[in-house]
Design a protein around this ligand. Structure first.
Ligand code: NAD
Ligand code: UDP
Length: 329
């Protein structure tokens, strides 16, 4: 089976490439390296001892995207490529809509023309409205408060309509919760450019001495220790979830959506103390005001993915903290 992996040089894409190669899939990677580098491609090759074609291509360039589809007979696309920084999307909404929507539209056009019948799409928990009761199920009401979230929402709608017309196609949208961790080799991991917005890369950089302290955004939430709760999932569990999605797409047509998380909420303080314990170090932190737009609590119901995809995250918070530090140090 031959798979086009868009955004395969990125964080989740690169880990998924290792899983695909180790399970015997042929892959072709397309990425414009807007938020990644060739280091990840080299890392995938080192880990798997396998090679694959890489295209440095902007998927918003329709002709260049068409050229990739014309050069290979794909069975499936896994579409990771996209811009993902929430704050940047609020400052530059048009850039986010243009990049995330045009790339998705171009891929749909090429899939239709070249009869590539399956796509797995990287969606996000940010497509859910922010006043839903927890846990979030795939039926929880949708809506967003930023351009990034709306761009994922709109891509899902495009793909839903696409699946309705291409009735022999299978479209699976995976709504990821909070991916963290790294490959155990330490050769690939999360490489945010600039100062990280997300908790785990900020913790890792603080452990490395890059920042003097972690700022905990609020300790007055209605949670057991007052700090925010999220559903962190190890990036290798998430990567493996794409195999479950491919198997599902092989047997089903139409549009389907799954949440991928663990179903367990972890607080900011719990993450910091686990990172300290597992890695035998001390992390300086202080309490700062709440971050605008933050939800107090977000976690999934893992039931649909468990029941229909047969997917269950295996790795623990300790694994996430250990593997993150193994990569970062
Ligand atoms: P990432 O930025 O590390 O990877 C995305 C990759 O896409 C990058 O390598 C980037 O260079 C590439 N890219 C962006 N626009 C492109 C374009 N027009 N043409 C070609 N390549 C392009 O991000 P990630 O964390 O690996 O996320 C992968 C996908 O999962 C994204 O679509 C993201 O929105 C989604 N997602 C991520 C998270 C998260 O917290 N990391 C959570 C939910 C959903
Ligand atoms: N957070 C924090 N300090 C940071 C970054 C994040 O306290 O430097 C908190 C944030 O308020 C949230 C949790 O950590 O409760 C996860 O934040 P992240 O940005 O990683 O994920 P998201 O909020 O996008 O789900």
């Amino acid at each position: 089976m031959k798979i086009l992996v868009t955004g395969g040089a990125g964080y989740i894409g690169s880990h998924t490439c290792t899983v695909l190669l180790e399970n015997g899939y042929d892959i072709v990677v397309a990425d414009n390296l807007a938020n990644s580098s060739m280091d990840a491609i080299d890392g995938i090759k080192k880990i798997t001892q396998k090679s694959f074609p890489f295209y440095k291509t902007d998927l918003c360039d329709e002709a260049a995207t068409e050229e990739i589809f014309a050069s290979h007979k794909f069975d499936c696309v896994i579409h990771f490529a996209g811009l993902k920084a929430v704050a940047e999307s609020v400052a530059k909404p048009i850039m986010y809509y243009e990049n995330n929507l045009i790339s998705t539209l171009n891929i749909c056009k090429c899939m239709k023309k070249h009869r590539v019948p399956k796509i797995i799409f990287s969606s996000s928990a940010v497509v859910y409205k922010n006043d839903n009761p927890m846990p979030l199920t795939e039926d929880s009401p949708l809506g967003s408060i930023n351009a990034y979230g709306w761009s994922k929402f709109m891509c899902e709608q495009i793909l839903r309509d696409f699946a309705a017309t291409e009735t022999d196609f299978s479209v699976v949208s995976l709504r990821y919760f909070n991916p963290v961790g790294a490959h155990t080799s330490g050769l690939i991991g999360e490489e945010p450019s600039g100062i990280p917005n997300n908790l785990m890369p900020f913790i890792a950089q603080t452990a490395r001495g890059i920042h003097s302290e972690i700022k905990i955004f609020g300790n007055d939430y209605d949670t057991p220790d007052g700090t925010g709760i999220r559903d962190y999932i190890h990036v290798m569990d998430l990567a493996e979830g794409h195999m479950n999605a491919i198997n599902f797409a092989n047997k089903n047509t139409g549009f389907e959506v799954f949440n991928l998380g663990t179903g367990r909420g972890v607080s900011v303080l719990e993450m910091i103390t686990t990172f300290e314990t597992v890695n035998g170090l001390k992390l300086p932190y202080s309490i700062a005001p709440r971050r605008a737009g933050d939800l107090p609590v977000s976690y999934t119901s893992p039931k649909k993915a468990e029941k229909i995809l047969g997917f269950k995250a295996k790795r623990t918070i300790e694994d996430m903290c250990r593997d993150t530090w193994n990569f970062r140090r």
